[in-house]
Design a protein around this ligand. Structure first.
Ligand code: RM4
Ligand code: MN
Ligand code: MN
Length: 399
């Protein structure tokens, strides 16, 4: 790590620029199918969600964007919402559509899928919804749509795989056609859940097939929690980047399935290795780290204070990013060229084992954030104040 002071200044500058979007659905307490244990003071509406993210951003200066889920977060008064967000220095990142739940008053049910559905009327309803989400996004200043489909089947024989794929593709084509010129479509994949036998966009290959057939505005979105056990996610991101088909990221962590744990809480080395490939791949394409991919957290907080968890997640992301920026790439290339396996491993582990917390804190301080965001959050008794304002039994729209 022959960085020198000038090198470190560059790293700090990049840390200052790096922003991670907070999902509007992660600010309340999530549940499991067994129960939900709300912590109190949850945001009751979009305005309060924006104010919660404003709080996070004031503390760490790295959470300068919000990702909305429609219809959970339909803005009533666009101008007011836009100005609320800009007062807190927040941008609107990708908007997310929802065809995995039935909404009150909805004509057709998504019980057996949405874009894949055997009935054209159901498919049309899902397409129309996605186009409406784009419309909301345009009003807010978003530039991308995330489509995550729960579509699939739970039992063998339930679904004709090819028909499901074709229907989904036709639907995505219509959604793609409705995108403004400067927008991106992110196609997210997930191995299983809610369906347990097949998922129509179940892995990166399936997502890549859709995104490459759709055209240059379509990309794959990688959610860390959506892989089968032991999958090599760092290799997936390297190849997607190589093909210019990686569009966005959902950060979280998991021990078993998609259990949406705090980023970096279980597999921090994997997180570093993923960042290492992201930075290497982005640099190879001359991409801007801060703006050329959609960086978002996607998590559900069942037992922790969601704001504390999000502070921890952002910190873990910044640490992995900083470590990957410090990685001695020249030495790595040389070791790879010599087939020096031990040296290559040392180079990566050396970066991963470097304690970069003070570097991250320095970047945060320089941009006006707190030295230790979580400590300040606790010292200021933020959650207690939110409970005083909003009450104990509030319910956030979302998961
Ligand atoms: C899904 C997927 C989507 C998220 C929903 C709430 O598992 O990760 O990105 O929007 O959950
Ligand atoms: Mn996700
Ligand atoms: Mn998920």
């Amino acid at each position: 790590m022959a960085q020198g002071i000038a090198g470190l200044e560059k790293v700090i500058g990049r840390l200052v620029d790096f922003q991670i979007a907070i999902p509007s659905w992660a600010l309340g307490t999530g549940g499991t199918r067994f129960g939900r244990f709300p912590g109190g003071g949850e945001p009751r509406n979009l305005e309060e969600k924006i104010s919660d993210i404003g709080l996070l951003h004031a503390l760490n200066r790295s959470s300068g964007a919000i990702s909305l889920h429609i219809p959970w977060d339909i803005p009533d008064d666009i101008d007011q919402i836009r100005s609320l967000a800009s007062q807190q220095g927040l941008k609107f990142d990708a908007v997310n559509s929802n065809t995995f739940q039935d909404q009150p008053g909805q004509v057709h049910s998504y019980k057996f899928g949405s874009l894949q559905h055997v009935s054209k009327a159901v498919r049309q309803q899902a397409i129309t919804h996605n186009i409406e989400v784009i419309r909301h996004g345009i009003e807010l200043g978003s530039k991308s749509l995330v489509v995550w489909l729960a579509d699939g089947s739970s039992f063998p024989g339930q679904l004709n795989f090819r028909n499901a794929w074709q229907h989904t593709y036709e639907g995505l084509q219509e959604i793609y056609a409705a995108l403004p010129a400067d927008w991106k479509l992110f196609i997210e994949y997930k191995a299983y859940e809610p369906n347990f036998y097949s998922t129509t966009v179940g892995d990166w290959g399936q997502s890549y097939l859709f995104s490459s057939k759709l055209g240059p505005k379509a990309y794959t979105l990688v959610d860390l929690g959506h892989h089968l056990p032991n999958q090599n996610i760092e290799q997936i991101v390297a190849l997607l980047l190589m093909e210019n088909k990686l569009g966005g990221f959902h950060f979280n962590d998991s021990k078993y399935g998609d259990d949406d744990l705090t980023v970096g809480s279980i597999k921090p080395y994997q997180l570093y290795l993923i960042f290492n490939e992201l930075i290497e791949g982005m640099d190879a394409r001359g991409m801007n780290h801060a703006t050329d991919l959609g960086w978002m957290i996607d998590a559900s907080h069942n037992i922790k204070d969601p704001l504390e968890d999000l502070l921890q997640s952002v910190e873990a992301i910044m640490i992995a990013y900083a470590q990957s920026l410090l990685t001695d790439r020249q030495a790595l290339v040389a070791a790879q060229g010599d087939n020096d396996v031990a040296a290559a491993q040392e180079i990566l582990q050396n970066s991963f084992r470097t304690d970069v917390r003070t570097l991250v804190a320095e970047a945060r301080l320089r941009s006006g954030g707190a030295l230790r965001p979580l400590d300040l959050y606790r010292a200021e008794k933020v959650r207690k104040k939110l409970i005083d304002q909003r009450g104990h039994k509030t319910l956030a729209t979302g998961l």
